[in-house]
Design a protein. Structure first.
Length: 248
């Protein structure tokens, strides 16, 4: 019975979350439950509050009200570094590698900050770099990478924190079309091989259909629709926004 209960409980639970910036309400009373081992899409037009939701979960913006739970733990008041130690990792809409460091050094930074020694960190970093398909670029300076390669490096850096919950903000944004399927394959493998629960912000519906189980659609900071990826994609409000979008 205990086992069954664990399976039914959400890994991440967001209750009545409100975030304001001056006079702007970026999120209003947002509720979200992310089940362990599932991939959940956060949909919505520009300015809907998707990145703000990630920032609130990661702990880099302070909500004016609401609660965030990871498993049984109320993490609402915890600093980002503590949330990272608990297993929350994220990638950024605009990638932010240390451009003067090499690929492997970028990943090592995240491992060393967990308290691991240099030699061991190098071995572990090499695994993540291989996993994301950048093995040939191990010693290349991060500034020489293409957009797609930078997105892969972001993933490797996120993996280096050993996440249970991974927040991916527009991981295919700006990536050339031929490189997208490989990145999607990587994300699927995160779940299948590493058991990581994924929350994904992504504008490309085609991409999401191959990736997400569940979805919420935000508009102006409020949840308009929630359900399976299929249900949400078929909802009128969602179709209005995404149909006619040349990228979708
Ligand atoms: N640090 C900030 N200071 C002031 N306003 C902010 C800040 N971050 C976000 N906002 C505002 O909050 C609202 C939600 O922004 P957010 O970046 O979360 O949207 P988004 O859904 O990620 O959009 P996009 O698809 O363009 O990335 C917008 O009105 C935005 O201008
Ligand atoms: Mg955003």
């Amino acid at each position: 019975m205990q086992f069954r209960r664990t399976l039914m409980e959400p890994l991440l639970q967001v209750d009545q979350l409100t975030v304001t910036f001056g006079g702007i309400v970026a999120l209003r009373d947002v509720d979200l439950r992310v089940m362990s081992g599932r991939t959940t899409a956060i949909l919505g037009p520009n300015g809907a509050g998707k990145t703000t939701l990630f920032n609130a979960v990661a702990g880099v913006v302070t909500p004016s009200s609401g609660r965030i739970l990871l498993g049984d733990a109320d993490i609402s008041a915890e600093r980002p570094s503590i949330r990272s130690k608990r297993g929350i990792a994220r990638t950024f809409q605009i990638t932010q590698p240390f451009s003067g460091l090499t690929v492997i050094e970028n990943v090592m930074v995240a491992i060393v900050s967990r308290g691991v020694g240099m030699a061991e960190a190098r071995d572990e970093a090499a695994d993540y770099v291989d996993f994301v398909g950048l093995g040939a670029k191990l010693d290349a300076p991060a500034r020489t990478l293409s957009t797609g390669q930078r997105k892969r490096l972001e993933l490797a850096r996120a993996l280096a924190t050993r996440p249970r919950l991974l927040l991916l903000d527009e991981v295919t944004g700006g990536v050339d079309r031929p490189s997208i399927p490989e990145i999607l394959d990587l994300i699927r493998r995160l779940r299948e091989e590493r058991g990581i629960t994924v929350l994904v912000v992504e504008h490309n519906m085609e991409v999401l259909f191959g990736l997400a189980d569940d979805a919420i659609f935000l508009n102006r900071g409020e949840v308009v629709v929630r359900g399976s990826m299929q249900e949400v994609a078929e909802h009128d409000a969602v179709r209005r926004i995404y149909l006619g979008d040349g990228d979708a």
